[in-house]
Design a protein around this ligand. Structure first.
Ligand code: GRF
Length: 201
């Protein structure tokens, strides 16, 4: 199977997935890492692993429609079974999302449906929640709102800052996302009535 990973920056989740695929010998290959920014640090790691990389820079396109069309052409050149959004910081158009329905995953650093959007750790601290976390979900046209595949809970400590909370959540992201991607690759996920059923093998 072919997995294409989309990033915008650091790429630590992409790295966790690449490493898991190698060490656990998944029946799948990361066929490309694609970024919307040429300066995404994660591209360096991917290239060093021998993974083909590509940049489709949103700033080169006049609107979302044309950016998404160009991105789709590049992605489909790798014939992916699964698209993994890993810190990919662009809102995608409905036709793009529809094209990859049921085969595009995202990771969001909160316990959805709490705190969609950006600055999730700031939102959690402002709300005073005592538990926070991370969600992997299928991507639908509504932002951070697709069927939930997996979640992990992270405690909020007194005295936490956005940075300390983010670091605690990120550790869980690196565990959760490879596991969820592996479930997809192993055909363990089905969507029924907008909810995900997991049949672990
Ligand atoms: C992660 O916290 C992810 O959940 C969020 O953006 C961050 C990306 O980090 N969507 P990285 O690029 O994977 O290191």
């Amino acid at each position: 199977k072919s997995i294409v990973i989309l990033i915008s920056g650091r790429g630590s989740n992409m790295e966790a997935i690449v490493r898991a695929a190698q060490t656990e010998q998944w029946p799948a290959r990361i066929t490309a890492v694609i970024s919307n920014r040429a300066d995404a640090a994660g591209l360096t790691f991917a290239a060093a692993q021998g993974i083909p990389t590509a940049v489709v820079a949103n700033k080169d396109y006049p609107d979302r429609e044309r950016f998404d069309a160009a991105l789709r052409t590049v992605i489909d050149g790798f014939s992916p079974d699964l698209i993994v959004l890993a810190g990919f910081m662009r809102i995608l158009t409905a036709p793009f999302v529809q094209h990859y329905a049921g085969r595009m995953l995202n990771i969001h650093p909160s316990l959805l449906p709490s705190f969609p959007g950006i600055a999730t750790h700031r939102q959690a601290l402002a709300a005073g929640v005592k538990v926070h976390g991370v969600t992997v979900h299928f991507v639908t046209a509504t932002l951070d709102n697709g069927p939930i595949v997996a979640q992990a809970v992270v405690p909020v400590h007194q005295g936490d800052t956005e940075q300390t909370l983010e670091a605690r959540v990120l550790i869980e992201e690196h565990q959760l996302y490879p596991r969820a991607v592996r479930w997809f690759i192993e055909d363990s996920l089905t969507i029924e009535d907008g909810r995900v059923l997991v049949s672990e093998q």
